[in-house]
Each structure stands twice: as C-alpha cells, then as structure tokens.
Design a protein around this ligand. Structure first.
Ligand SMILES: Cc1cc2nc3c(=O)[nH]c(=O)nc-3n(C[C@H](O)[C@H](O)[C@H](O)COP(=O)(O)O)c2cc1C
Length: 177
C-alpha cells in the first residue's frame, strides 16, 4: 500500500514506523562525525545522512536530531571530522550510535591539522569547519566547509540498508559520476 499522500491531501499523517522503513530502502554508507566541543570531551556520532553539497566552495552536509545529547554539544563545535567507515568497522558504527558511549578517550583518535579528532582505519576522511546550519523538522542540517580530504583505495565501504549493515554488492560495468 502506498504511504505517500496523494496530491491535495498533503496533511495526511504518515505512520513514522512506515516512514522509517521507507527511508531505510535508500542504501547509504556510514560515517562517524567527531569533534571536541569548547570546554568538553571529544565525541563521535554515527550518521548516514552525509551528502556531498558543493565542489566550489567545497561543502558537505549532515543532519543531527535536535533531541540528541550531541545537539547541545554541537553549539560549541568549530571544527569537526567526518570519518567514512570501511567494511569491518561495524563496532565503531554501533559504539558511536550509543548515547552512553559517544565520548572518546585520548588514545582512540588522532588530531587533524585543523584540530578535529580523527578515527584510524577509515575509508575516507574530511576535515571540516562549521559553516552553517538550518532547521529541518526534528533535525538540524549542518553544513561543513571541507578543509582537507583523504581517501584510501585499499578498503571497501560499510553499507547500511534496511537498518542493517552490509558489505558492498557486486560491481556493475556502468560508471556513475
Ligand atoms: C547507521 C546509523 C545512522 C545514523 N544516522 C544518524 C544521522 O544521520 N543523524 C543523527 O542525528 N543520528 C543518526 N543516528 C543515530 C545516532 O548515532 C545516535 O542517536 C547517537 O549516537 C546517540 O546519541 P543520542 O541518543 O544522544 O542521540 C544513526 C545511527 C545509526 C546506527
């Protein structure tokens, strides 16, 4: 049964469980956003709302739930890193998706030139400065200006689909941009 309201009935309430299930049909990668807020401990949060936004200037975006404990800390963040998880980094995904385990000890990360905590062993990494934020319903859209990037070719991505982690499927011949 379709869950989206037909034209003219845009106020129809959508069941949040169904919507979550529909959103999870869009397979994505998984990343951990890491930062050290002014006067606070370094933390990480697992996200899959990462999107490339602009090449010039270099921008990315990700969405943060306003009810999250991290949302309060984010007000004191200037620099952050986005760590794209590689296949096999399932533990990091689940650990930074758990509220009580979001903060990091000093030995768990290195510090980038811009001063953001950085996780080892990831597939790709972006060093960012906080650029802007916009309200987006029960989330905030965070835009980061990319200061540095690194990408490894010797790893495969971790993929999330249907609320579960996967390895990448079979490669096709056609090239996507
Ligand atoms: C695969 C995956 C993707 C997630 N993506 C997001 C996201 O894009 N934005 C977000 O705010 N939370 C996301 N979460 C949930 C946060 O990781 C989780 O709420 C947070 O780490 C726990 O702290 P909190 O309870 O204070 O929010 C995701 C969780 C998982 C497992």
């Amino acid at each position: 049964m379709p869950i989206f309201p037909p034209p003219g009935r845009l106020s129809l309430t959508i069941d949040s469980h169904e919507l979550r299930r529909a959103f999870s049909a869009f397979a994505t990668g998984v990343a951990v956003v890491c930062a050290r807020p002014r006067g606070g401990d370094a933390f990480g949060i697992t996200i899959n709302s990462l999107a490339s936004l602009s090449l010039d200037p270099p921008l990315l975006l990700w969405n943060l739930r306003t009810g999250s404990r991290i949302h309060e800390m984010w007000q004191r963040v200037d620099r952050f890193s986005v760590n794209v998880l590689a296949a096999g980094q399932d533990d990091l995904c689940w650990r930074f998706a758990t509220a009580e385990r979001n903060t990091m000890d000093d030995g768990e990360f290195t510090v980038s030139d811009a001063g953001a905590p950085r996780l080892p062993g990831c597939l790709a990494w972006y060093d960012c400065a906080v650029e802007d934020s916009y309200p987006g319903g029960d989330h905030v859209i965070n835009i980061g200006r990319i200061l540095a990037v690194e990408r490894r070719d010797d790893r495969e991505p971790l993929v999330v689909y249907g609320g579960r982690l996967h390895d990448l499927g079979r490669e096709r011949d056609d090239e996507a941009s």
